[in-house]
Design a protein around this ligand. Structure first.
Ligand code: SAM
Length: 306
């Protein structure tokens, strides 16, 4: 299984599809040592081969390096998804702690587009983190962009080629702030592909490189070891049958699907010291993993980690 752990629900950006300007965050969170203990309990209960730390914005946690170290004891692959704003200075320590996969979210290839998407002026900081990550040898380095009206997919693809990173378009999901005008903002992968082609990029599917949750495409003339395009088609072609993701949120609740709003409270069992009960609960919860009744979630993506 692939475990994603939200170490905090707080964020320093206000992406228009994720959080309102006056976002409120949870006042009860698991303590850092409790998050590590719950990661360990999940790994003891079910086979986990990969852990990804996310948020909110995980770099807002002063304990991120310790979470990476804890995860690296448990599994061979430890990833991080970050908006990159505060990442550059911490990357070397994170790598030394055991981080070996990195995704940075970026919805625009220029400062004005970045400001429109995130309501903040931090494009240069994110680009700095991308370049530092390349310098430190993070490979593959992935950039996540949300596919929605108003983005410039071709400019993002050109930036990905220039920086030598892999670009993945995530279809806008009907979650949290994205409810506002979701139907007009959502853009399917096929539309993005058409737009890339009409802007002159010669792209083609590379199904042999597909991942469980993304379809991979190559750009003619571009080394696929450096840059590929990926499409996460949660909306236009859901991939529940190959999804092996489970999620632990920063309140210590386990979710077997992104659209599983409530999750199951693990923290109370941990605090009660009932290790056996906790492991059994995790096993039962994961055994019940199933496609969602509907692909919609009220709470923000930041609350569960994306
Ligand atoms: N703060 C980190 C970041 O920006 O990468 C990690 C958390 S963020 C919630 C994880 C990913 O979810 C980001 O790539 C973000 O763009 C994506 N996301 C948030 N809301 C979304 C939505 N409604 N539909 C699709 N992706 C969304």
């Amino acid at each position: 299984m692939y475990l994603r752990v939200s170490v905090t629900d707080r964020c320093n950006l206000r992406c228009t599809y994720c959080l309102p300007e006056d976002a409120r965050f949870s006042d009860s969170r698991a303590a850092p040592e409790e998050i590590d203990a719950l990661m360990g309990a999940v790994c003891a209960a079910v086979p986990v081969s990969k852990i990804r730390l996310t948020g909110g914005e995980p770099t807002l946690s002063p304990d991120l390096e310790r979470h990476v170290r804890a995860a690296a004891w448990l599994v061979p692959t430890v990833g991080l998804t970050s908006n990159g704003v505060l990442l550059e200075q911490r990357l070397a320590d994170l790598r030394d702690a055991g981080l070996n996969r990195l995704n940075i979210s970026l919805d625009a290839a220029d400062p004005a587009g970045f400001q429109r998407a995130t309501r903040r002026d931090r494009f240069a900081a994110v680009l700095g983190s991308i370049r530092q990550a390349r310098k430190l040898g993070f490979d593959p380095l992935k950039i996540n962009a949300v596919a929605m009206s108003g983005i410039d997919p071709t400019a993002l693809a050109r930036l990905a080629v220039a920086e030598g990173v892999h670009l993945r378009f995530i279809e806008l999901m009907d979650i949290g702030e994205a409810h506002n005008g979701w139907e007009s903002r959502h853009v399917g992968a096929a539309t993005i592909q058409e737009r890339l082609r009409s802007d002159g990029l010669r792209i083609h599917e590379a199904p042999e490189c597909d991942e469980p949750t993304s379809r991979v495409w190559h750009i003619e003339g571009v080394d696929p070891h450096r840059t590929t395009l990926g499409f996460i088609t949660t909306v236009s072609a859901p991939f529940c049958s190959t999804c092996d993701r489970i999620r632990l949120d920063s309140r210590g609740r386990l979710h077997t699907c992104l659209f599983d709003e409530a999750g199951v409270d693990l923290l109370s069992w941990l605090r009660a010291g009932d290790e056996h009960g906790l492991v059994e609960l995790i096993r039962r919860t994961v055994a019940g993993k199933a496609p969602p009744p509907r692909f919609r979630r009220e709470g923000a993506m930041a609350a569960i980690g994306g």
